[in-house]
Design a protein around this ligand. Structure first.
Ligand SMILES: NC(=O)c1ccc[n+]([C@@H]2O[C@H](COP(=O)([O-])OP(=O)(O)OC[C@H]3O[C@@H](n4cnc5c(N)ncnc54)[C@H](OP(=O)(O)O)[C@@H]3O)[C@@H](O)[C@H]2O)c1
Length: 280
């Protein structure tokens, strides 16, 4: 490991990517954190642009968009691993999702690339509630989702980032598949109750039939392929297959993953002002 050779972080402004980039930089590593707009540009839809950003890179944290389960992901990951090998990258750390056969096919491509690899196979992120998909519902006091009563052991993006940094900087994690869950499985209703407790506010969870939810997304203007992805995630992936907790964080870092209640306490400031304004 040479601290002066850059480590590439694809999706470097995303929920895990920006944490990985910040932790690497704090540890003194040179980081190329990408997004589709500068200063370091990487777009999965523009393979012609990849060679420049890969130059001189020693290791890469690879997050695919929008999800390894979508059509085209295998071809993209295959093309990327080829270019990475040509560029002389030694180690790929792939962020994958638990319980997705299509993601497993992409993992197999990385595992067969001839490069050093580590796979991080994650449950749903806690930060979906505070940084992206669910944040506006929580702020409005009602989260309406097509989620049945299936418990999910949500994982903190900071724990994923800690494992990614370890894998990118310590050769000892080569060849490991880490299944990364939080310490406790919660239904969406229970997760919302934890956030209500952390904010001291009322927040409702309202289950919605999947077809009605999809229709709402369509009316909102979401493209059909993204609606199909949402449907897949809330029906096929959220069917109980990922409800058991996993010990990947403990195996990789020698410590327990963060609990949802601690996450909700830490993120309460994201939701509380809007809830206070609405509820008085
Ligand atoms: N969220 C979850 O619960 C969860 C669970 C398990 C696995 N995963 C996996 O984690 C990965 C990242 O998801 P996330 O929710 O953390 O993402 P996110 O927070 O939405 O961040 C996406 C990142 O990727 C960049 N990006 C967007 N489109 C891109 C493209 N076409 N090419 C290159 N970069 C692009 C974004 O920057 P710009 O938009 O500025 O380009 C941003 O840096 C996905 O592969 C997902 O399947 C997510």
């Amino acid at each position: 490991m040479n601290r002066h050779h850059p480590i590439l972080v694809i999706g470097g402004t995303g929920k895990t990517g920006r944490r990985v980039a910040a932790k690497l930089a704090a540890a003194g590593h040179v980081v190329r954190a990408t997004s589709r707009s500068g200063p370091f540009v990487f777009d999965w839809n523009d393979p012609a642009g990849w060679a420049a950003i890969l130059q001189g890179v020693q290791a890469a944290y690879v997050t695919y968009q929008p999800d390894l389960a979508v059509p085209g992901s295998e071809a993209a990951i295959a093309a990327f691993t080829k270019q990475a090998a040509v560029a002389g990258i030694r180690h790929l750390v792939l962020l994958s999702g638990r319980g997705e056969p299509e993601a497993a096919a992409c993992e197999a491509i990385v595992q067969g690339s001839g490069l050093h690899w580590t796979i991080l196979r994650a449950n749903w992120f806690m930060q979906n509630f505070s940084e992206t998909f669910f944040v506006e519902g929580i702020r409005a006091g009602e989260l309406a989702l097509p989620a049945v009563d299936i418990p999910e052991p949500f994982i903190d993006a900071d724990d994923i980032a800690d494992v990614a940094v370890a894998a990118l900087t310590d050769i000892g994690h080569t060849g490991q598949v880490y299944e990364l869950s939080g310490p406790r499985a919660l239904t969406f209703a229970e997760a919302v109750a934890e956030i209500a407790a952390a904010t001291g506010r009322e927040i409702r969870f309202s289950p919605v039939p999947i077809d009605a939810f999809a229709e709402g997304l369509r009316a909102y203007g979401l493209p059909e392929d993204m609606i199909a992805l949402v449907r897949y995630l809330f029906t096929t992936v959220l069917d109980g297959r990922n409800s058991e907790t996993r010990d990947g964080v403990l195996r990789a870092l020698g410590r327990a993953p963060r609990d949802f209640a601690d996450y909700a306490q830490g993120a309460a400031g994201v939701w509380a002002p809007a809830l206070r304004a609405a509820q008085g």
